[in-house]
Design a protein around this ligand. Sequence first.
Ligand SMILES: Nc1ncnc2c1ncn2[C@@H]1O[C@H](COP(=O)(O)OP(=O)(O)OP(=O)(O)O)[C@@H](O)[C@H]1O
Ligand SMILES: [Mg+2]
Length: 277
Amino acid sequence: MQKPLLELTQLGMRYPVATGEFVALKDVNLTVNKGEFISLIGHSGCGKSTVLDLIAGLQMPTDGGVIVSNKEVAGPGPDRAVVFQHHALLPWLTVYQNVELALKQVAIHQKQKVSKTLLNQQVMHYLELVQMTHASDKKPDEISGGMKQRVGIARALAMQPNVLLMDEPFGALDALTRAHLQDALMAIQTELNNTIIMITHDVDEAVLLSDRIVMMSNGPAATIGQVLAVDLPRPRNRVSLSNNEGYQYLRQQVLQFLYEKHCKVKPMTQPRTQEVA
Ligand SMILES: Nc1ncnc2c1ncn2[C@@H]1O[C@H](COP(=O)(O)OP(=O)(O)OP(=O)(O)O)[C@@H](O)[C@H]1O
Ligand SMILES: [Mg+2]
């Protein structure tokens, strides 16, 4: 049997607060195989970003541990790249230089010398994947939000991480740009076979992109409530899926988990029109 790439074992996080301690996460257990696309979904404040931070090594757990590629996570590293909701590009560097910097950092970390020509080829390759070569000389404040997010993804991919961690990467974008980037991400994952863990509040996004949807219960002491396998064939097309019975069933399962089993707010007298967590 394939050894999992990522293992979360009895993972817990307790924060010191004025009244003692706040148990944010408790007994989170999950294994992820190479090439899997996992979505983490749950109500605001349930601990999704904390899980991602613990995998990234940006915070250390108070209980349990995280293993990536047979090594316990002891801090941040280029094997785990993070894409945040709001891009984190360096504003004084161009689009090209932002991606180049990531490649240089990886080369330094791996103690490799990379020629200028090879570096140029690699930068252009990653910019091509996100269709951003045309804006390579622009600074971040000269491009749109969706374009910045694409460069953020190119930069993260350039690090060739074992795991790509995404915290609501498309949350701040309009619906059309989001759909475009979701399609781009699916195409890139098909090409590169990346292992991705993505936080989302968007039920359709979770079903469209994922191999498994990990649904978290509400805190305190939040944990994994249910894991839903998304067995829809790939490549997936959002238009044809919208009429697909399997797709509708999976959507309903997520909505039931969020709004019936783990509802945070009392049911409203008016029907909900927005189906986001
Ligand atoms: N440094 C901290 N000290 C105390 N409590 C914290 C700290 N960081 C996070 N928390 C608490 O831990 C819980 C989980 O926070 P987290 O940011 O992981 O939630 P989330 O699921 O990502 O929420 P959202 O969807 O709103 O981004 C929250 O109740 C939060 O208040
Ligand atoms: Mg969060």
